[in-house]
Write a protein that binds this ligand. Sequence first.
Ligand SMILES: [Zn+2]
Length: 306
Amino acid sequence: MKVRLGLDIGGTTVHGIVVDAESHHVIGEQITHPTRHGADGVVTGAVEMISALRTALPSDHDVIAVGLGVPGIVHDGAVTHAVNLGLDHVPLDLAGRVADRADGVLVTVENDVKTAALGGLAWLQEQGSTVDDLALLNVGTGLAAAFLLDGKLRHGSRGMAGEIGHLVHDPDGPICPCGRRGCLELFASGSGLRRQWDGTAAELFAAAAAGSSDAAGIRDQLTAGIAKAISLLAYGLDVSYVLVTGGVVSATPALRQAILDDLRTDEGTSLGKLAAIADRVRWLPSDYPAGALGAALLGRDPAWRS
Ligand SMILES: [Zn+2]
């Protein structure tokens, strides 16, 4: 049996998965390792995960490709700006260095939100969907999106397609670590929430419901910021679905409902009714391994643009 390996290399853990190259179904046990940081650490960590996945496979399974998803900008196969992995602006030829130490198997590297979009399409198809276009919005520590358009991953001319977190949302807002003022990510992300609120999103919503005006203000900014990001993706590319993922959203049903309510207010106009953006939103289950699965599917036929 021919199989593909997918690695989702996050800031704290590396998640490894094996996929049947024909059916694209996940097979065997999924493995999680702690992340090694720095260029050498990331390469070694990936090689060790590949070795662990291979060791667990029956002898008649042949690994034909390995995909790596990383939280950074990937351009011409080189990784930069992966701050959570201890990589900076110096390009790292991650695919090449891993391939050299993994018996020369074909290795492809891509931004992790983009691999999650590939995994998200697989999830939609499991739900019976036949569409081949979507945007995935990741409301994690940061805020970023990815696009699959007509079945192809949109990488972008500089690998930056979907990097919407640093659009200026409030010109009078606080200074962002990126140097701008009032970036969308400062309001609509896990780090944005932590910046303003000492507790979970569920506790924020409870405090707001109990009458705290401070909590209500933060809640409304969080909700409106995520709704704005969804609208940006839906209006910008008119995709069939906007899949939303990330810990803050996954853990808080009240936030999900508030986002939908916010989007429904847009339907008071004929244009908003036609757009029907709330109807396009799908919440990707938090336990679905979209990042690793999508990484495993990198480079398959038909070729994804990358
Ligand atoms: Zn910023």
